[in-house]
Design a protein around this ligand. Sequence first.
Ligand code: AP5
Length: 214
Amino acid sequence: MKIIMLGAPGAGKGTQAKRIAEKYNIPHISTGDIFRANIKNGTELGKKAKTYMDQGLLVPDELVVDLVVDRVAQDDAKNGYVLDGFPRTIPQAEALDAALEKINDKVDYAIDVDVPDSNIIDRMSGRRACVGCGGTYHIVYNPTKAEDVCDACGGQLILRDDDKPETVENRLKVYHDQTQPLIDYYTKKSILKSVDGTKDMNEVFENIVKILEV
Ligand code: AP5
């Protein structure tokens, strides 16, 4: 099962992608997580990506596409994967399709987690991310047992640099300009499925499972 998660920043793509990956035993491939790990490790890729991410801009396609095409070709992705945060532009989607076509393969579902902009600032300002394992929580909707401590690994929780309101506004603009056209792109391919992302996290997940198990 090869799945793409679409949706605005903070719509809940990562939250749902992790659950899908766990239920169907397929890798969760998040380009945002890959960049954040590179930033943490001080790699050249991380240094380049950070300059864009801090401004709420997309990292250029040439730094993303090969990385993802190589990742989905790895052995653990043979039976499927859930892509979270990729593709984000039409050229990225075309590059993925072209790479898959070469091996007679294709994406099965593009799931759009639909959340209006008015909910997004609230989602982002309340999100806390673990510096250790990258786990995400929300101070109201998905709180940890102890304040600012990750339930999974005991790591410290922080507000992501790009979750500050001024950067979120930019990310939303970039989303509407560059990523939203993918909704049409996958609708034309008849693989777009939309879920209401304003519902409770468990309900959103149940609705996704219904789509995948039809
Ligand atoms: P990335 O990390 O992918 O950020 P994003 O797409 O902006 O998405 P987020 O991770 O912010 O949100 P999400 O939808 O996963 O929401 P989450 O589940 O955490 O990318 C970061 C940056 O990297 C980009 O801006 C760009 O610069 C660069 N980048 C990455 N990929 C790229 C690419 N392909 N090309 C170019 N550049 C790229 O949920 C958000 C919060 O809401 C959490 O606190 C969560 O607990 C809560 N929540 C989730 N669901 C619900 C619910 N149903 N009800 C209430 N609260 C909920």
